[in-house]
Design a protein around this ligand. Structure first.
Ligand SMILES: [Cu+2]
Length: 151
């Protein structure tokens, strides 16, 4: 019985990203994250788990592997740029309030989490991860190493 309780709590913790967050509303969304050109010889893969919260926020957790070890990254939601291109190739404007920062571990695994007002990201068509300009900086140093299309 105790094992069952732990299993359930574990699943809820994953879905909500954080034990202190407001309740989740609606379905959890998992978006595949692929490689962007600035990744060079690296081949980042993973996903973003996105849930909406009862307080009007959207909670995002990005899990990537295949990145450079011990390196700082910065992520954002972006609006669509060039309408004729797929979202991740459109070069759209970033949404500053959606900025997330994180650092990969020695194996090149990165986990980033962030909450943003849902209204701020209503027009977002993609989510991407850039190498950071300096350690834990919010400034991107490249056009993106990994991206997920939201539309
Ligand atoms: Cu970005």
């Amino acid at each position: 019985m105790r094992t069952v309780v732990f299993a359930i709590v574990g699943a809820l913790g994953l879905a909500a990203c954080n034990a202190n967050q407001p309740p989740v509303v609606g379905a959890q969304r998992v978006v595949a994250m692929g490689k962007q050109p600035a990744a060079g010889t690296l081949n980042p893969t993973g996903n973003a788990t996105i849930v909406d919260l009862a307080n009007g926020d959207r909670a995002t957790r990005i899990n990537l592997s295949g990145l450079a070890p011990n390196t700082s990254y910065v992520a954002h939601y972006h609006k669509q740029g060039d309408m004729t291109k797929p979202p991740c190739e459109s070069g759209g404007a970033l949404i500053p309030t959606s900025t997330m920062i994180g650092k990969s571990d020695a194996s090149g695994v990165l986990v980033m989490r962030g909450n943003v007002a849902r209204d701020d990201v209503a027009d977002a068509t993609y989510l991407n991860v850039h190498t950071a300009a300096a350690d834990m900086s919010t400034m991107p140093a490249d056009a993106g190493v990994s991206c997920g299309n939201l539309k």
